[in-house]
Write a protein that binds this ligand. Sequence first.
Ligand code: FMN
Length: 348
Amino acid sequence: MFDILRPFLFKINPETAHSLAINALKFGNIASIKINKSPRIETSIFNEKIHSPIGVAAGFDKNAEVYNSLFNLGFGFVEVGTVTPKPQFGNPRPRVFRLEEDEALINRLGFNNQGCEEISLRIKKNQPKGLLGINIGPNKDSSDRIEDYITCLKKFINLASYITINISSPNTENLRDFHKTSELNNLIKSILEEKNNSNSSIPIAVKISPDLSSNQVEKISQILIDNKIETIIISNSTDRNRESLTNMNRFEKGGLSGKPIEKISNRIINEFYNLVGKQIKIIGVGGVDSAKSAYEKILSGATLVQLYTGMVYRGPRIAAQINNGLIKILEQEGINNINDVIGLKKST
Ligand SMILES: Cc1cc2nc3c(=O)[nH]c(=O)nc-3n(C[C@H](O)[C@H](O)[C@H](O)COP(=O)(O)O)c2cc1C
């Protein structure tokens, strides 16, 4: 069905097409999809069992409106947000661009969302049927960005399975400064202090940029190990790497996602995995659109995998298709569980 609809959907502005998808998920206009479960792809994170390592990346369900429908599509976990303390419109439109020949998107949305108050009330009224991550960030006009993260952390501390500290959107000016040693240390110190004050054991994930040197990767992994951060999400979209693209939108300002960032994110995943091993769990994201590409992320060192752009190009059955494909690959290779192949690919 999606294959028939795709040419029509791709004639519509990408942001409008996304709103249609959210409404279809909200009002249940999606045919129920058969989900195959198998012990081979069952895994666990944060002491919770999940039936699949494939999750929805932040940005798809920014306002936490459709996470339960996404679980019904076969995703093992969903990350909503990025949520900021105050509601925010984001950048002027147009701000999302399809690059069809490149199987990519460029977006410069700028954390458009309804704010932590409204979104927390929505989640309270709609019990998540699976593992829910909430991704938080600062408002554009904030005078104290660390305080913004803390405001959101307090709101969501009892509502999420984990909280993601997003320091890597290319569309909020200077946000990536939090990749620097002293800035990152200060941010993490404040987050851990708040966790401690709230007597909470909520797991924290830090979501990083793919545009990092080996030296930065080394420094960041040391900070995360020192602070016993549970998870790292690798990676957000890139504001570089336009050279190999063909679509005329390639020079639009914003974050590039999809196929062109697959290898870049795999390389950083592998570099981190070689440094942190099993001490920190890696959620791999960037260009996943098939079982093969998901498997490649796990071989590179990811425990779990997320996707966004792949769903735009392959449709709502993508999680079910990847689950089936992974089960097949594992059967063929004689591997009992997906966890047995994490990081098996040695550095390239
Ligand atoms: C339209 C769009 C909006 C996004 N918004 C967010 C966001 O709000 N917060 C965030 O951490 N990542 C956001 N992302 C990045 C994705 O979560 C993901 O890290 C990136 O797109 C790479 O994965 P993909 O190639 O599977 O899309 C967004 C991506 C897209 C395409």
